[in-house]
Design a protein around this ligand. Structure first.
Ligand code: ADP
Length: 667
């Protein structure tokens, strides 16, 4: 998902470029460790800490200098148109022949109970300590070091926008209408690294936003636990209220880390943000693995400790992707005897490519997980590396991924990203549940970003106005007769952009325009910019992340390209269909499950598809779409309306998740 995630290849790169460390960290080293493994765990250098967050979304784990194993520093300081109804007049262009182109420490030393609490709109519950979760706070006995930490924490807290209850009510919006209040109630804690509208770099952010809201309507009590990144817009920071704080040890660092909890309640969902400026002060959620591994070890452990601290023990802990993959592992090890230890766990794979792989000593050092978690059946990947996602998959009670086809594909060597054997072993607990889209967020009838709103009943009258407005906005020739193809994507290898690159000149036949919106790998950004330069008025390259523009492309384009090499689910094809824009997709993962190929003989289908990863086949699919658009507009329009009528909402999928929770908690 459009996150700058660090992949395993990059991990290796980063690991390989580590320089000898200066000081040894007392990291636990597995007996099987080689001399190389025994290298002290890297820790951030001061220079690394000062580094500014990279601007590009798809940040590669920078081959940073080896983090020196020096003693961790104290926590860092705050970072914290007019209606155009005429049908196209153009005659059909001749479609070009497709050419084959080429411990028990759970947790928390709760050093500072909630007595320090700043004014909160919702009364912070007193911290309930259990023997297993909390070491009794002893503020009076603070050492000089802890006093320093506390002072720094106080400073942090002073900066936290704690809002008086009078000025910002905790409950910003009315609770959702409970559609079926008689359904059995379950409580679920969502734990993940991004969530719209606070922080989103791709589909994970959409899911973390939409699924909890839908589950709330199905009588689930949902809490979403997120890092409190400094990049969360101020308008949301202002709405958060202080819920409490405590201190937690982390791995073998020998340090006690501040964990603040800031809360925001919105539309029936409680959002709890884990606050710690040392880990979350970057401008971007993801930076590189050297920083991200400690960050998400801390986050996973702090999330569970926070549940204990708030005394809110969910029936199910539902965690997402590698960033939260240690949650199920912690749950069954360090937290097993704490209150939250009774929760069942589900892990969802949104993209198997990103796994959180790093050398064993480092992950041991930061996670503090016992040796048993580092067996070949769990975190251990090979003699050198540990894989956080692999561990999560082993320890979770259920594994889901975001489409049925992807659930099957990831058990093959082609798509398994080296975890196919592990996934086949755990296939009895693996399930595919396709994503939906949030109809509140994606609704052409009410979308404020559009030039003209429209619905299923009047799409044919209004879509042209959106096309003209889009062409004007992007400096393209304003002509409703042109066939406009959109592409909204992270510009990475996964998304099939080499195929697109190879055929742009053949696609641009004088009757077609192409609009690309995305950021990512420089090679694709440059290639698309070059096409814009060569095909002025016909090709638009928007190298940016722009939500509003994305909405206008969905509304103004005729077709949307998603030629991915692999695609766990894909949301852009769903957005496009809901906006009456026909998808042209490769038959893989969720694209295969959500787009039925148009059948020219019986007129059925939702879009245009191709199977093998081949530029010629992509061109052929585009030409089939053009051919229908220019030669048989009546049938094209039928498909437009069929796509808008198709149910791509979260409702069905949310029920499947709810069923899964019920299956896990049969009492
Ligand atoms: P992935 O999660 O792999 O990036 P998805 O198709 O699952 O891909 O989700 C992508 C989401 O991010 C969609 O909601 C899409 O509209 C949005 N998106 C992607 N790139 C951009 C961009 N450059 N500007 C605005 N929205 C974008």
């Amino acid at each position: 998902m459009a996150r700058e995630k660090s992949d395993s290849a990059n991990v290796k790169k980063a690991a390989a470029e580590k320089k000898p460390v200066e000081k040894e960290i007392p990291a636990a080293v597995s007996p099987a460790s080689t001399a190389k493994e025994a290298a002290p765990a890297p820790e951030k250098t001061a220079a690394a800490k000062k580094k500014t967050a990279p601007a590009a979304k798809e940040a590669e784990p920078a081959p940073k200098a080896a983090p020196a194993a020096k003693e961790a520093e104290p926590v860092k300081k705050a970072a914290p148109a007019t209606k155009e109804t005429e049908p196209a007049k153009k005659t059909a262009p001749v479609a070009k022949e497709a050419e084959p182109a080429k411990k028990a420490a759970p947790a928390a030393k709760e050093a500072e109970p909630a007595k320090k609490a700043a004014p909160t709109a919702k009364k912070a519950e007193p911290a309930k300590k259990t023997a297993s979760t909390a070491k009794k706070a002893e503020p009076a006995k603070k050492t000089a070091a802890t006093k320093k930490k506390a002072a720094s924490a106080d400073k942090r807290k002073a900066k936290a926008p704690v809002v008086e209850p009078e000025s910002t009510p905790a409950v910003a919006e009315p609770a959702p209408v409970m559609e079926e209040p008689n359904l059995p109630r379950r409580s679920v804690a969502f734990i993940g690294s991004e969530c719209h509208p606070f922080v989103k770099t791709g589909g994970l952010g959409d899911v973390m936003y939409a699924l909890p809201r839908e589950l709330a309507r199905l009588n689930c009590d949902v809490r979403v636990i997120l890092p409190r990144y400094a990049c969360i817009p101020q308008e949301y920071q202002n709405k958060m209220i202080y819920r409490g704080e405590f201190y937690m040890d982390l791995g073998n660092t020998g340090r006690s880390y501040y964990v603040g909890i800031m809360e925001y309640i919105w539309d029936g969902v409680v959002y709890d943000f884990i606050d710690n400026e040392e880990f979350f002060s970057w401008g971007n959620p993801y930076t590189n693995l050297v920083d991200d591994i400690p960050k998400y070890c801390f986050f996973s452990k702090a999330a569970l400790a926070a549940l204990n601290y708030m005394n809110w023990i969910p029936d199910v802990v539902h965690c997402h992707d590698w960033q939260a993959a240690l949650v199920p592992v912690y749950l069954r090890t360090l937290f097993k005897d704490s209150p939250v230890g009774r929760a069942r766990s589900v892990i969802t794979i949104h993209n198997l490519r990103f796994q959180g792989v790093y050398n064993i000593p480092t992950i041991k050092y930061w996670s503090g997980l016992p040796d048993e978690a580092f067996g070949m059946g769990a975190l251990k990947q090979d003699w050198v590396e540990a894989n956080m996602l692999k561990g999560g998959l082993a320890y979770a009670d259920r594994i889901t991924t975001v489409s049925g086809t992807y659930a099957w594909e990831i058990q093959t060597s082609e798509y398994g990203e080296r975890l196919e054997d592990h996934l086949r072993y755990h296939s009895h607990k693996l399930r595919g549940i396709v994503n939906g889209i949030d109809y509140g967020m994606w609704n052409p009838e009410t979308d404020p970003a559009l030039a003209e709103n429209y619905s299923l009943g009047n799409v044919l009258d209004h879509k042209m106005a959106n096309k003209l407005a889009l062409q004007k906005e992007l400096g393209l020739e304003q002509d409703t007769g042109k066939f406009v193809i959109g592409l909204i994507s992270r510009l990475t290898n996964q998304k099939g952009l080499d195929l697109v690159n190879a055929i742009v000149p053949q696609v641009l036949d004088g009757n077609t325009q192409v609009v690309v919106l995305g950021t990512g790998d420089k090679q694709y950004e440059d290639a698309f910019r070059a096409y814009e330069g060569s095909y002025k008025g016909t090709f638009s390259a928007c190298i940016q992340y722009d939500e509003g523009r994305a909405h206008r492309i969905y509304a103004g384009a005729d077709a949307l390209l998603v030629p991915s090499r692999f695609e766990p689910c894909g949301l852009t094809q769903l957005n496009a269909m809901h906006y009456g824009t026909l998808p042209i997709v490769r038959e893989t993962g969720g694209l295969k499950d959500t787009v039925e190929p148009y059948n020219e003989f019986n007129g059925e289908g939702n879009g245009f598809t191709f199977d093998r990863y081949d530029a010629g086949l992509l061109l052929d699919a585009i030409n089939r779409a053009k051919s229908l658009y220019f030669n048989n507009r009546y049938h094209w329009d039928e498909v437009v309306q069929r796509d808008m009528a198709k149910d791509v909402s979260w409702e069905k999928s949310a029920r499947q998740y709810k069923d899964l929770y019920l299956e896990l908690t049969q009492w």
